[in-house]
Design a protein around this ligand. Structure first.
Ligand code: C2E
Ligand code: CA
Ligand code: CA
Length: 278
């Protein structure tokens, strides 16, 4: 039996519980994943609902584990947060994504890059300094960086997060609320926080066709964004039918398998308009 630390308690490693041992291994290996170059980013297209133009991409982390193969970020990001590895990993994601977006911008395609910020990153007192350094080092124009935060991260410590967001906004970047509508939260924070864009959670998009009431909810979120002068993007768009409904209710942007899975940067480059030879 091996003991490993949880949050203020100890759990036993148990051979009959493969979940526990997998988590134990992942937590141990996560510390080395960066230097062993097992982490990489994929990018998913975000398109303009009207013109179908590529407006931006969301950076999504991938881990190629030597034993388990590809491990989902839904599994390892929470482990990274618990174990404290998220600081280093999050910093790397930011720097890698900004470097890539600068490359696209230099090639004549200034598309925005969305980077997910974990709650712990957002709560760091020096997060704005970190982001400023990355922007300076990569030379990416700040307006091409969009930071995605979740409602729960923002609302767990609202006064502190408000200050952090104001510092970040002063750098010239934009802020999106990820998975909007899944947090059972009050909407009043939207007015207080310097938010530029609402990302409608996949849970809503996927049910658009089922019932009239879901369509009404999404339509109201779109109206709310417009009233607050924010942009709005629907996540998880998988069918033409969903896209048609979203266009009809004037959702500004869309993201989902219908328009493209998360892919390596080279594949995004191939979707960009060819630049005329100078
Ligand atoms: P998220 O930020 O909500 O990212 C969207 C997830 O939905 C991605 O899963 C994406 O691959 C998936 N997705 C996109 N379009 C569709 C669709 O049409 N249908 C379906 N069924 N799924 C779609 P992924 O890449 O596995 O990431 C899972 C979560 O892990 C992300 O959810 C995000 O919370 C977290 N994550 C990923 N990369 C990072 C990162 O660099 N930093 C942090 N802190 N979290 C990350
Ligand atoms: Ca996201
Ligand atoms: Ca999301």
């Amino acid at each position: 039996q091996v003991k490993y630390g949880g949050r203020g308690h100890h759990r036993m490693y148990c051979e009959t519980d493969p979940g526990a041992s997998r988590k134990f291994i992942l937590e141990k290996d996560l510390g080395l994943a960066l230097e062993r170059e097992q982490l990489f980013l994929h990018y998913q297209p975000q398109i303009d609902s009207g013109t179908l133009e590529l407006k931006g991409v969301e950076a999504l982390i991938r881990w190629n584990h030597p034993e388990f193969g590809l491990v989902s970020p839904a599994e390892f990001i929470p482990i990274a947060e618990e174990s404290g590895h998220i600081g280093a990993i999050g910093g790397w994601v930011l720097s890698e994504a900004c470097t890539q977006a600068k490359r696209w911008s230099d090639e004549g395609s200034p598309i925005k890059v969305g980077v997910n910020l974990s709650p712990q990153q957002l709560h760091r007192p020096d997060i704005a300094d970190q982001v400023r350094n990355v922007l300076e080092q990569t030379g990416l124009p700040p307006e091409l960086l969009d930071l995605e935060i979740t409602e729960s991260a923002a609302l767990s410590r609202p006064e502190l997060v408000l200050v952090r967001l104001q510092e970040l906004k002063r750098l010239g970047l934009t802020i999106s609320v990820d998975d909007f509508g899944t947090g059972y939260s009050s909407l009043s924070y939207l007015e207080t926080f310097p938010v530029d864009k609402i990302k409608i959670a996949r849970q809503f998009t996927s049910k658009l066709e089922n019932r009239q009431v879901n369509r009404m909810i999404v339509s109201h979120i779109v109206d709310l964004a417009r009233t607050l002068e924010m942009s709005v993007i629907a996540e998880g768009v998988e069918s033409e039918n969903q896209a048609a409904i979203l266009r009809a209710i004037e959702c500004v942007e869309m993201q989902g398998y219908l328009f493209g899975h998360p892919v390596p940067p080279e594949e995004i480059s191939r979707m960009l308009p060819l630049q005329p030879e100078l």
